[in-house]
Design a protein around this ligand. Structure first.
Ligand SMILES: [Zn+2]
Length: 393
């Protein structure tokens, strides 16, 4: 029996549609020995979630040794660095410390990573995109997260009208920055994805309840106001010609899980059906729901991080599901790197190979020609995200 031929995507440029910034001195301040913990989904989410008991750090670390992603990440990096796998945490630390720019840009060059769309809402305070660009040696685009702007607007005002006005001004100001290629909301982490269109009175009432609760977040307090401000964001985004990225699906343990399923977003997608909305994480683990939305809403797009790279063995199934059902021009590669820069590289490497296998299978079945499969692979890795964000040459 002949083995299926994978599509060769080596050398195809990559643009990462969703990742987070970092600062070298903060990377170096971390314990080198727990690097492997920080690249796993559990380790990364344990670090960002505020709601988990900090005493769990030890058991989390123990699980790393039995996590396939940690094993593959460490071994691949060992090959790249030319050292034994068990030495990777120390050797990569030494490389980063000796020449941060040289080390990180070598990783990105190795996987042909030509651009990063960086969600500026995590970590906070915001990472300066110019400094980040100098370290990574590739173009850094800014995705402006609205929740820190909502907080900023709330802190400098005393009533709901002034707050909305301040928020609008902050968004308009962000849009003046040529680096800003999209707006982003993590409303799934605040009050849920079932965004409605509350009346003016409901919004005012929500502000009052939220304030009376001393800004304690919750569906009973801030939901109507947050829903309204996301609607405002869509309105400004359409005037300013910026796609809106929305976190869908699970994330760390702080997410409002019962309202994080992408199907909750259907009413917003219907209301703003002419505006491009990127479903960040493709609703993982509810990939089927996001796939369905993107296959019927013409302007709903899918970004692949979370299933990619952390589902490891299951990545191929995720890609088959999505690419098999959704116009392939609407699917973007993303890593969701939010802890260590090596994730940008491991994720791109894993995605390139998985796409090669899944598209190779499509050719073997005579669904696609070799040329078509190659074009799909390249478009998912970089061209689609560039086109939607007005960055294509
Ligand atoms: Zn993220």
């Amino acid at each position: 029996m002949s083995r299926q031929r994978d599509i060769d995507l080596s050398g195809a440029p990559v643009v990462d549609a969703h990742c987070h910034g970092f600062e070298v001195d903060k990377l170096l301040a971390r314990d080198p020995g727990s690097w492997t913990d920080r690249i796993t989904l559990m380790g990364m989410c344990f670090a960002s979630a505020k709601s988990l008991d900090r005493r769990l750090a030890k058991p989390v670390s123990k699980m790393t040794e039995r996590t396939i992603f940690a094993m593959l990440g460490r071994r691949w990096l060992a090959d790249f660095l030319g050292c034994p796998a068990e030495k990777v945490p120390q050797v990569r630390y030494a490389a980063l410390e000796a020449d941060p720019k040289g080390y990180i840009s070598r990783l990105l060059n190795d996987e042909c990573i030509k651009g990063l769309l960086v969600d500026d809402g995590y970590p906070l305070p915001r990472v300066d995109p110019e400094k980040l660009e100098a370290v990574v040696g590739t173009r850094v685009h800014r995705v402006t997260r609205i929740e820190p702007l909502i907080e900023e607007a709330r802190n400098v005002t005393h009533n709901v009208q002034d707050m909305e006005e301040a928020f609008r001004a902050l968004l308009e100001e962000a849009a003046l920055d040529p680096r800003c290629v999209a707006f982003k909301s993590v409303i799934a982490y605040r009050t849920g994805l079932d965004v409605g269109s509350p009346t003016k009175d409901e919004v005012t009432e929500s502000y009052r309840r939220w304030k009376d609760a001393e800004w304690k977040e919750g569906r009973e307090t801030s939901k109507d106001l947050r829903d309204h401000l996301l609607n405002v964001t869509l309105e400004i985004a359409s005037r300013e010609d910026r796609p809106v990225h929305i976190h869908t699906g699970a994330g760390d343990a702080d997410v409002v899980l019962s309202y994080a399923r992408p199907s909750n977003l259907a009413s917003l997608l219907t209301r703003f059906s002419a505006h491009p909305v990127v479903l960040i994480h493709s609703g993982y683990p509810w990939l089927e729901e996001a796939t369905y939305l993107a296959s019927i809403y013409p302007m709903a797009y899918l970004e692949l991080s979370l299933v990619l790279p952390w589902a490891t063995l299951d990545v191929d199934r995720g890609l088959s599901l999505i690419l098999g059902s959704v116009p392939t021009s609407k699917v973007f590669y993303g890593s969701d790197e939010a802890s260590e820069p090596e994730l940008l590289w491991i994720s791109a490497k894993l995605a390139r190979a998985a796409l090669g296998r899944v598209l190779g299978c499509a050719v073997e079945r005579n669904y696609l020609t070799q040329g078509e499969a190659e074009r799909v692979g390249r478009s998912v890795l970089a061209e689609n995200v560039l086109r939607l964000h007005g960055l294509a040459e």
